[in-house]
Ligand binder design. Structure first.
Ligand code: DGT
Ligand code: CA
Ligand code: CA
Ligand code: ZN
Length: 586
């Protein structure tokens, strides 16, 4: 395997940092940092120097570092690195995440006070013991404390919706900068993951514009802290603690870089193996031929213009970014040109919304009008059922009065020749024994029933499964709501056997919703293969409690695509009439 200059530079920088954390002489450790910078900025490929064993020809690389590099190229690690990782307490390397705290300072504090955890560091800032160290004062203690609090305040990941709120305006801002030829969101965001670590953006531009583009990026209003500022990569942190990485590549590198930085890592691993199997080498710079000895022919890139061409070289059709997770995409796209996936414009109506009858903030009419404004043709209103007292669930009498209101609204639409229908739905609690929340006679009066678990979420998964079985077997149940009950980044869902629930749902003419609330996105996309194999129906449900909440459908649609749903398996791509028929079938 050939090593890229970037990969090696990262390695040497890591060794440099660890040496400083280890308290080694900074002047001697610096040789590793210098070598890293040299290799990073070299035009020539370091892999050539390695294969020809002439690393020491490079100024700044002596025998010692050369030895480490040769070892790394053969074994994937180096004796020095192994030793350092062994010796340095892992808790100490976590201190590196505290902004403004470098490895030398960390070593000094660790050495003087004998502390290793961030909690201990926090303590020493608060009780004044840090001030006893030479070179530290009250101010530095306060600054470290602030940084720790900053770090703790922001969790490492955010919701897909939050990342999009940052990425979309940034995208538009960068798009208009002079010299930007191409621009794409990359990383987990391009793959529509349900949570996002950092935001990755890739730009194609000529070198001459690199500086001004990077300057504009790090000086954007969103940037409250600049984490890196270079010609090929810059990073900043936004007000809400999100990191944004901007990478800039030359025109002939864009396709390979986009593929690499879109990931996932798991997908990339398989792609690189496919390249090797065919006598090629794939990295972030391109796709190259290898000679018989396995050396990369850097001067012989295969010809391609876009991602699709690269996939073709590896005997694959283009894989949509949302499917690049090593979740069955290789077998599928070897055979198939594409997969039909649901699009926002396919969505005809809104199912699963609440009104002031239970815990919604707007009347049925206001919700209906908001749907019409967005171009939808129906609204399935689903307030909470009677057991959900905390959410203003409807007793049977209220249900009947709500039906009257819906009948009147529908009559008005018909009189005015407006193509819009309100369905009488309910979000029935699934009671602890799996039954629905009203007597059968009343249940029959609804157009459709969404059945959701809102209590006893922590129950034993096998008991939960029994509960679901009974619910799904009930003839009134048409849609299962948010099946695991998870709240992303807040609460894990029940570990109930979703595969089994999918099978029962298909058997009993029941759909499982993709709850589009960005904190839920439940059904999880990882069940997409199973759902597809079984022919499961779903619905992209905003679970809207406000008119704005309807727009969450966009996140549900992203996840439905990731979960491999075409429009034909999404209920709310159907017309109101088709849907009515589907609800009525047994
Ligand atoms: P995130 O940020 O945690 O939500 O997830 P990603 O997928 O955006 O990961 P990130 O930002 O660390 O890197 C962006 C992409 O770059 C990643 O999906 C694949 C590629 N990449 C980064 N580091 C590596 C690596 O060490 N090996 C491989 N094969 N690919 C990498
Ligand atoms: Ca990322
Ligand atoms: Ca990143
Ligand atoms: Zn709901």
């Amino acid at each position: 395997m050939s090593i890229t200059n970037n990969e090696l530079a990262e390695l040497l920088k890591e060794i440099h940092t660890l040496k400083l954390l280890d308290g080694q002489n900074p002047f001697r450790a610096r040789a590793f940092d210098r070598a890293a910078q040299k290799i990073e900025s070299m035009e020539e490929k370091i892999a050539t120097y390695i294969s020809e064993e002439r690393l020491t020809d490079i100024s700044g690389i002596g025998e010692g570092i050369a030895g480490e590099i040769y070892a790394y190229s053969e074994t994937g690690t180096t004796p020095e690195l192994d030793e350092l990782r062994e010796r340095i307490p892992p808790e100490l390397t976590e201190w590196l995440n505290i902004s403004g705290l470098g490895p030398k300072t960390i070593y000094k504090i660790h050495h003087e006070l004998g502390i290793t955890t961030i909690q201990e560091l926090k303590q020493s800032c608060q009780d004044g013991s840090l001030v006893d160290i030479e070179g530290f004062g009250k101010k530095s203690a306060e600054k470290i404390l602030r940084s720790i609090e900053w770090m703790e305040q922001f969790s490492e990941r955010c919701l897909l919706s939050e990342a999009l709120d940052i990425a979309r305006p940034l995208y538009q801002f960068i798009e208009d900068l002079e010299g930007v030829e191409k621009l794409e969101l990359a990383g987990s965001l391009r793959r529509s993951r349900e949570t996002i670590g950092d935001i990755d953006i890739l730009v194609e531009a000529d070198q001459q514009h690199a500086e001004s583009i990077m300057d504009a990026f790090v000086n954007h209003d969103f940037a409250v802290e600049i984490l890196g500022h270079g010609a090929t990569k810059s990073s900043m942190r936004t007000e809400d603690g999100r990191q944004v990485d901007l990478r800039l590549v030359q025109p002939d590198q864009f396709a390979a870089a986009l593929m690499y930085f879109t990931g996932s890592k798991e997908h990339n691993v398989v792609m690189r193996q496919r390249a090797r199997d065919r006598g090629y080498s794939l990295n972030e710079y391109g796709l190259f031929k290898m000679d018989e000895e396995g050396n990369v022919q850097e001067d012989q890139p295969l010809s391609y213009e876009n991602e699709s061409d690269i996939y073709q070289h590896l005997d694959l059709n283009w894989v949509p970014p949302e499917h690049r997770e090593d979740y069955g995409e290789f077998t599928y796209y070897e055979e198939h040109k594409s997969m039909e996936l649901v699009e926002p414009s396919d969505i005809q109506g809104v199912l699963h919304a609440h009104s002031t009858w239970s815990d919604g903030k707007f009347s049925i009419k206001q919700m209906a009008e908001a749907c019409r404004e967005r171009g939808y043709h129906y609204l399935g209103i689903t307030d909470h059922s009677q057991t959900a007292a905390y959410a203003g669930g409807l007793n049977p009498d209220e249900v009947k009065r709500q039906w009257e209101e819906i009948d009147q609204l529908n009559a008005t639409y018909r009189e005015q020749d407006i193509d819009f229908k309100i369905f009488k739905g309910i979000e029935s609690d699934i009671l602890s024994d799996g039954s629905l929340d009203y007597p059968d006679e009343l249940l029959e009066g609804f157009d459709f029933v969404i059945a959701s678990v809102h209590s006893g979420l922590g129950m034993d998964p096998s008991k939960m499964l029994d509960r679901y079985q009974k619910t799904i077997e009930h003839p009134a149940t048409r849609i299962i709501g948010h099946p695991t009950g998870r709240l992303l980044l807040q609460r894990e869902g029940n570990k109930v056997d979703i595969n089994r629930i999918i099978e029962w749902a298909v058997e009993h003419h029941t759909a499982i919703e993709i709850n589009a609330n960005p904190r839920r996105l439940d059904l999880d996309w990882r069940y997409g293969n199973k759902a597809r194999d079984e022919g499961l129906m779903s619905a992209i449900c905003p679970d809207a409690h406000t008119t704005d909440g309807i727009d969450d459908i966009q996140y549900g649609t992203l996840i439905a695509r990731k979960a491999k749903f075409g429009p034909e398996r999404i209920l709310n791509t159907q017309s109101a009439d088709e849907l009515e028929d589907w609800f009525r079938e047994d």
